[in-house]
Each structure stands twice: as structure tokens, then as C-alpha cells.
Design a protein around this ligand. Structure first.
Ligand code: LLP
Length: 465
């Protein structure tokens, strides 16, 4: 029992640096960006997402650099780049940080695209995804900048005519890629390679749909065919799954070449796993990922005798996930007897509204007592939120000191990806703000929501709107 509890304890930043932002330190208390968690909560409130801006910029720099390096033309490659998948965490400041570090921005809606452009992203480094894009989204993508955005990723046969018509009307040539279902699907514990995938994204490789799409695109005057794209899943640790998908995609590039249709660029998508708890294996380094991809790409191109195209990727989670720590304040603490023991239910002032991932995906997190150290023995604990659902769990299993009590601060690391962006107002909770630290004085990146923000959309309360 004791050994199990020890493994359920949140590792300190010095023990598992891959779990925490780079500025995280623990000297009896947790510090982020040089400020104690306690002082951050005292000044800015709770709960709160704390974004280590220097950490985010560092990760973005690393992604942009390893792609540029491993796919450098000087090594006989065709250049490489990385687009930040903005769905993981979208705000103007985040766009500013990742683009100034050399990443592009991958968007998937009118809101994400508008924000990326308003935040100053270069349209030549912006992409648009979506299985059901609206005309408004396509119009904005095609009319942005001098030549539209870098790539609209076509997801269905229907979309080819729609994009071509809008581009024609706007007097532009829209740059497009094809989202290909390569039959490799991975993520979590699954690793299945199937010929056909029963899901809504992309055009299938095995049935010839993707090939047909490329032929159709090549016929349209108002479309500029950039190349192929595949995204195989999320939180994936199996590097060979990425390599397999890459070589299948390049195989299609070879077939197209034989027909006189050239791909300038191939995007291998995102999905690289990060560390969420002390029980996770160490996260793969961007360098190892880029090197593996480069190896697979080089081999596939050499076998076909083709020039290596420009290679891009779209890491979201692995760019911003570890940069954010959620700070919560403990309220009710309750011991619940279980058969052969008990579990301590530690309630915090947020929950499934600021992190839906445990409820939605059974995602595992960990939590560290952030404002003090305790010499009390560890007890089996569950961190829960304040919502009216028993599935409102923040951390399913964690070992916390037996004297954990109201007023303590808990830090949950690795909440940067899909925490804020999937947050909700369930039970009329206001969504937490995101505080930027690590680059100068702490400053809001996203303000905490207020009750007036919340009520502003209630037509009976705000009839003037
Ligand atoms: N590119 C495309 C086309 C995508 O659909 C996604 C994620 C990414 C890139 C970025 O994947 P990442 O590197 O972040 O794994 N809400 C889920 C994740 C959904 C991912 C959807 N697409 C979660 O919280 O785990």
C-alpha cells in the first residue's frame, strides 16, 4: 500500500521536469515564474490557469527549430516547419508567443482563424481545417493577406467545388491541401492500422478517394494544390505510427507524381504525447520525433527517387500542454469509507468546467500540495470539483498528505492543452482566467470571467443588447 501511495504522489519539478513548466521550482512551496503559488493566488484569485510564457515560447522555438534543422535543404531535404494547433489553447498572446518563436498557426473555425489573423499571424503561415467549413470561413481564408492563407485543408469532395467557386469569385487562387485518412490511427492504448476508417475526417487513401480529390483539384484553375495532410490521433507515444502514416502519405505523393501532379508540401499532423502524471513514461523529445519523421520521409522519397517535399507538422498539446498549471483552493475535505480502507475526497473551487478531460476521456492528472510541505503520511485521495455531478473529478487518484485542509492550494500540472479551450459555464461557474508568468511581471493573458460577462448573454437580463 505504501509503495503504491508513493507512486501516486505528484513528482516535484526537480523529479520530473517533463511534467512541469521550466520555471517551476519547489523549495517547500511551489513557485512558478519566480512567484510562489500562494502569492499568485493571494494577488490574482483562484482557481486560475498559470501560463509560463517563457516555457511556451521555448517549446515553440524548439518545435520550429527541430523541424527546420532535421528537414534542412542542406541535408538534401525540402525544409520543415511547425504549425501550432490553436485548438489546444487559443488567445492573442499565445499566438504572439508561438509565432514570434517561428511557428505557424493551424486553425479550425472562424473564431480561431479570425483571432490568429488579428493577433498578427502571417497568413502565409496559417492553415484552416474543418470537416464542415462555412462559406464565411472559406471567404476569410481565401481573402486574407496578399494570397490567402497558406493552406485550406480540404476534407471532402464537396469542398473542392465550394473552395474553387469562392476563390474564383474573389479573383484568387486558393492554396489547398488534402486531408488524407492513411488508415493509421493511434492514440492512448490503441494502435490499429486498418484499410478503412469509420470516422468523419478526411478522404481515404485505400479507396482512392484522396487520389481522386487531387485529380479534381488539379483541374480547377482557381485552386493551387499544395500537397497532402494526415493527422492520425492525439496523445500518441508510438513514433512508428507517425512514421508509417508518413510513408503511406508519401506513397500517394509518388502516385500523384506519376500523373504529373506535384506535392510541394506534406503535413504529418500533430498528436505527440505529453506527461500528465508521475506514472507516465518520459515524453518523447521534439528532436527525436523530428529525426524519426525525417528518417521515414527520406527513406520513402529515396525509394521512389523523388525530391523530398517541405514537411510540416501541427503539434498542439506538446507545444502548450506542459506550460500551464492550474491552481485551485481546497474547500471541503471528506473521508469516504471504502471496502478495506478509505478515500479522501478533496474538493476544489473549480472542476469539470475548467477541465472536462477527466470526465470526457478518463484523462489522468496529478496534484501537488503547493503552499506548504507536510510531514503527515500520504493518504489515497481524489480531487473533485464543485459541480453537481459525481463524475466531476479533477484527479482520480493521487496521494496527498493526511492533513490537507481548506485553504490549501493544489497545483495540477499539464493543463495547458484543451483545458481553457474546452472550458464551460456549467452550473453558472465563471471560467478561470489565465495568468501569464515568467516574462516580466505576472499579467492576465485571458481575464477571469465575471458574473456580468456571464449574464450579458442572458436576453432577459440584458435586453438592450
Ligand atoms: N492537427 C489536426 C488536424 C488536429 O485535428 C489536431 C487535434 C491537432 C493537429 C493537434 O493535436 P495535438 O498535437 O494537440 O494532439 N480534445 C482532445 C484532443 C482533440 C484533438 C483534436 N485534434 C483532448 O483534450 O485530448
Amino acid at each position: 500500500m505504501n509503495r503504491d501511495l508513493e507512486s501516486l504522489k505528484a513528482p516535484l519539478p526537480s523529479e520530473r521536469p517533463d511534467l512541469w513548466p521550466w520555471s517551476a521550482k519547489h523549495d517547500g512551496q511551489l513557485h512558478l515564474g519566480g512567484r510562489s503559488a500562494e502569492s499568485l493566488v493571494a494577488s490574482f484569485g483562484s482557481p486560475m490557469y498559470v501560463l509560463d510564457e517563457a516555457d511556451l515560447m521555448g517549446r515553440a522555438t524548439v518545435w520550429a527549430t527541430v523541424m527546420a534543422e532535421e528537414f534542412w535543404d542542406g541535408y538534401g531535404m525540402g525544409g520543415g516547419s511547425a504549425y501550432f494547433a490553436a485548438k489546444a489553447f487559443m488567445s492573442a498572446r499565445v499566438v504572439e508567443l508561438v509565432t514570434s518563436a517561428g511557428m505557424g498557426v493551424d486553425t479550425a473555425s472562424l473564431g480561431e482563424l479570425t483571432l490568429a489573423l488579428r493577433a498578427g499571424a502571417d497568413p502565409n503561415m496559417v492553415g484552416l481545417h474543418g470537416n464542415n467549413k462555412s462559406d464565411e470561413e472559406l471567404r476569410l481564408a481565401i481573402s486574407a493577406g496578399d494570397a490567402g492563407i497558406a493552406r485550406i485543408v480540404i476534407d471532402s469532395m464537396d469542398e473542392i467545388d465550394r473552395v474553387a467557386a469562392i476563390a474564383k469569385e474573389l479573383g484568387r487562387k486558393a492554396r489547398v491541401m488534402i486531408r488524407v485518412t492513411t488508415g493509421v490511427h493511434a492514440g492512448g492504448h490503441e494502435f490499429i492500422a486498418t484499410a478503412h476508417e469509420d470516422q468523419k475526417f478526411g478522404l481515404s487513401l485505400s479507396t482512392g478517394q484522396a487520389l481522386e480529390a487531387a485529380r479534381e483539384i488539379a483541374k480547377r484553375e482557381s485552386l493551387d494544390f499544395v500537397g497532402l495532410h494526415a493527422h492520425i490521433g492525439s496523445q500518441i507515444r508510438e513514433l512508428d505510427a507517425f512514421a508509417e502514416s508518413a510513408s503511406r502519405l508519401l506513397g500517394l505523393m509518388g502516385t500523384l507524381h506519376e500523373e504529373g501532379i506535384e506535392c510541394r508540401e506534406v503535413d504529418l499532423g500533430g498528436g505527440y504525447a505529453i506527461t500528465y502524471t508521475g506514472e507516465d513514461p518520459e515524453a518523447m523529445s521534439p528532436k527525436d520525433i523530428a529525426r524519426t519523421l525525417a528518417g521515414a520521409v527520406r527513406t520513402a522519397c529515396e525509394e521512389m527517387g523523388l525530391k523530398v517535399p517541405h514537411i510540416s507538422i501541427e503539434p498542439g498539446r506538446s507545444t502548450v500542454g506542459p506550460s500551464v498549471v492550474t491552481l485551485y483552493t481546497v474547500g471541503t475535505v471528506k473521508e469516504v469509507p471504502l471496502e478495506g480502507g478509505s478515500r479522501l475526497y478533496v474538493s476544489v473551487d473549480g472542476g469539470m468546467s475548467d477541465n472536462i478531460r477527466p470526465a470526457l476521456y478518463d484523462a489522468k492528472y496529478t496534484a501537488l500540495l503547493a503552499n506548504r510541505t507536510s510531514k503527515e503520511p500520504l493518504v489515497l485521495s481524489r480531487v473533485v470539483g464543485k459541480h453537481c455531478e459525481s463524475g466531476d473529478i479533477v484527479v482520480t487518484e493521487v496521494a496527498l498528505p493526511a492533513d490537507i485542509r481548506a485553504g490549501d492550494i493544489l497545483a495540477v500540472p499539464a493543463t495547458g492543452a484543451y483545458g481553457h479551450t474546452m472550458s464551460s459555464n456549467y452550473n453558472m461557474l465563471t471560467r478561470p482566467g489565465t495568468l501569464g508568468v515568467g516574462m516580466g511581471e505576472p499579467k492576465w493573458v485571458v481575464y477571469p470571467e465575471t458574473l456580468s460577462d456571464l449574464f450579458a448573454r442572458d436576453a432577459a437580463l440584458s435586453p438592450e443588447k
